[in-house]
Design a protein around this ligand. Sequence first.
Ligand code: 5GP
Ligand code: ZN
Length: 124
Amino acid sequence: MENCLFCKIAAKQIPSSIVHEDDDLLVFKDINPAAPVHLLIIPKVHVSTLSDCTPEHAPLLGKMMSLVPKLAADHNIAVTYDEQGQPSRGFKFLINSGPDGGQEVYHLHMHLYGGPRPWRGMRT
Ligand code: 5GP
Ligand code: ZN
């Protein structure tokens, strides 16, 4: 897709700080992080927004989401439990969709936020 920022990042025409790559996906650090850990998970193929997805996209969406536990473990933000079973750490996983959803880049991406709070602009 011409003139798509994230297609250019996927094609390595624009540099990014890549933390994971496979045949279908690229994961890189957000240029303007809102939390100590802020990663963007994108498909290499151009899909504009979650609203454009159909059941045919289920394998791709599943692959993106099921990568999260590994990314969280790699970045020390996985949910852990103490001896009393109390959870600690953790992350937020978000897909902004369309103007009302706060989407700015129209290439499907999943945000993964984590690390010690406070996080910029987020109370929950
Ligand atoms: P959206 O608001 O569309 O859900 O999120 C777009 C995200 O892309 C923002 O968090 C923004 O900081 C990030 N972003 C925009 N341009 C670039 C860029 O050139 N490189 C990287 N790594 N992130 C970008
Ligand atoms: Zn694109």
